[in-house]
Structure formats: structure tokens, C-alpha cells
Design a binder for this molecule. Structure first.
Ligand code: SF4
Length: 273
């Protein structure tokens, strides 16, 4: 590999899954996206930045800053609408005791030659149940079937089982305790919920281990055969797969990447095993 890669995330795994070449360009060669010139792409970028800002607002709410104070920071049309929907949804979690909520938690665990890392928007503990909340500012509500097979849905639940004991009073987290909830600020009454089971965890962790081994020993990162994936890929111009952007809403769903580079690795909670 041209650059030593130490960590894997849901985002890098998803890229590898969708197109090994995109994984190589983004995570090994760390190529910035080519200049964005078309109006839909600029609009997408603006929307993405607002989405990131919304995450900051939600985080401030869950660390105890009053909603009215945060509302003043929602200074664009999208942010105002999202914040109104967020406020109208109560505290979203339905949990009476907000002291059981942990926001912006990063977990990691060894995975083959890598560390698997995930940053959670919010984790809620309520007696025996543990809820993973994730905010998605998508303009189009994705189908549950699509979300269910995303690496994010698999990684976040599996990593909480694998590395979440220190958040659970030192007790191992059982798969059956977990539910993952995607909440969409533009579709506030239609969250997507995913429970978890031990056999799913085993399948997920086996699949993750296999994928990590495959990446560690890969000698080439071929372009995807599914040319349809290229139509919204920001790296199209590197691959001679066309320069015109595809559907902006599809692009938003398919190419989101979390900013892992700003994670403070001192803060990562982990277990040694
Ligand atoms: S343009 Fe297509 S082949 Fe190139 S990185 Fe993107 S998805 Fe892969």
C-alpha cells in the first residue's frame, strides 16, 4: 500500500465494498475531491456542511445547552427547519432520564491488522436497552432495506457489542440490548429502527474480519464493474468514467463520508483483548 493505513471505518469499508478504486483514492492516496464546478455539486456540498452543523447543534442540546439558545445558531433555511423538527420531537429519544445519554462517543477495537473506529452521534442507555442514534440530513428518505445492509448499520451495532462494555458499567453489551435508530430531520416522523441479535453480530464480525484481511493483503484496487456507481462518484475524472455528475440525491446517499481525520485518538474508548 502506498500509505500505511491503520484504521478502518464504516465509511472506508463502504467505499471498499462499492469500489476498491474509490477506497484507494480516498483512503490510501488521500486524494482530495477534484474541484467541484457544477451547481448541483456545490449545492450538495452546502447541504453537507449544514448537515455537519446540525450535528453540532444536536450535540450541544444533549450536553445541556437550552434549545432556545441553540435555535439562534440555526441561521439557514435548512437548519431552521431541521431545528424546528428536532425541537418538536421532544428530546427525540423518548428517554425520560437524559443522564443516560452519551454524545459524540468514539469507539474502537482491533480488527485484523487494523483498528475499527466509529464515532457515534448519540448512545442512550435505558435500563436494559441501549439505543444508537444517528442523524441523517438526507433530502430523500432512504429505504430501510438499503439502510439495513449499509456498513454503518452493521459496524455501529457490532462495535458497540465488541467495545462498549466500559459504557455499560463494565458489563459486556449483549446484541439483543441494542437498537439503532436513524432519525431524519426532514422526515421527523419516520425514523428507521434496527434491532440486533447475537447471530447477526457473529455474522457481521466475521464479515468485517474477512474484509479487513482482504484489504490488508490486497495488491490492487480495481475499478468497480458497476458503472452506475461512477455517475455520482467525485473521482469520476480520475477514472475516465465521465465528468458529468449524476443525480444529486443519489450522490448524497452513496458518497457521504464521515470526517474521521478529526477524531482525537486520545478520546477513543477501547478494550484490550
Ligand atoms: S469513478 Fe467509478 S471506478 Fe472511479 S473511483 Fe469512482 S466509482 Fe470507482
Amino acid at each position: 500500500m502506498p500509505i500505511q493505513l491503520n484504521t478502518l471505518s464504516q465509511s472506508s469499508l463502504q467505499d471498499y465494498n462499492d469500489c476498491p478504486r474509490r477506497f484507494e483514492l480516498r483512503y490510501l492516496e488521500q486524494l482530495a475531491y477534484p474541484a467541484i464546478e457544477t451547481e448541483p455539486a456545490l449545492e450538495n456540498e452546502r447541504h453537507q456542511k449544514e448537515g455537519e452543523y446540525f450535528h453540532r447543534l444536536a450535540q450541544q442540546y444533549f450536553v445541556g445547552i437550552p434549545a432556545e439558545q441553540i435555535a439562534k445558531l440555526a441561521n439557514t433555511e435548512n437548519l431552521q427547519r431541521w431545528w424546528t423538527n428536532f425541537s418538536n420531537a421532544g428530546n427525540l429519544t423518548g428517554l425520560k432520564d437524559l443522564s443516560g445519554l452519551k454524545t459524540e462517543i468514539t469507539l474502537s477495537a482491533p480488527l485484523g491488522k487494523f483498528r475499527l473506529v466509529a464515532k457515534y452521534d448519540l448512545i442512550g442507555f435505558d435500563h436494559e436497552k441501549i439505543y444508537i442514534y444517528d442523524w441523517k440530513t438526507y433530502r430523500k428518505r432512504p429505504k430501510n432495506e438499503w439502510l439495513a445492509i449499509r456498513w454503518q448499520t452493521r459496524v455501529y451495532r457490532a462495535l458497540l457489542v465488541q467495545a462498549g462494555a466500559h459504557l455499560n458499567s463494565g458489563k459486556a453489551v449483549q446484541s439483543e440490548q441494542i437498537e439503532m435508530v436513524y432519525w431524519f430531520p426532514d422526515f421527523p416522523n419516520d425514523p428507521a429502527r434496527f434491532a440486533y441479535k447475537t447471530d447477526q453480530f457473529k455474522r457481521d464480525w466475521d464479515a468485517l474480519t474477512k474484509l479487513a484481511d482482504e484489504i490488508a493483503s490486497a495488491s490492487s484496487f480495481p475499478k468497480t464493474d458497476e458503472v452506475s456507481k461512477c455517475s455520482y462518484c467525485p473521482y469520476r475524472s480520475y477514472c475516465n468514467r465521465g465528468v458529468r455528475a449524476g443525480d444529486a440525491l443519489e450522490a448524497e446517499l452513496e458518497t457521504e463520508a464521515e470526517e474521521l481525520f478529526d477524531i482525537n485518538f486520545e478520546q477513543i474508548g477501547e478494550i484490550e483483548f
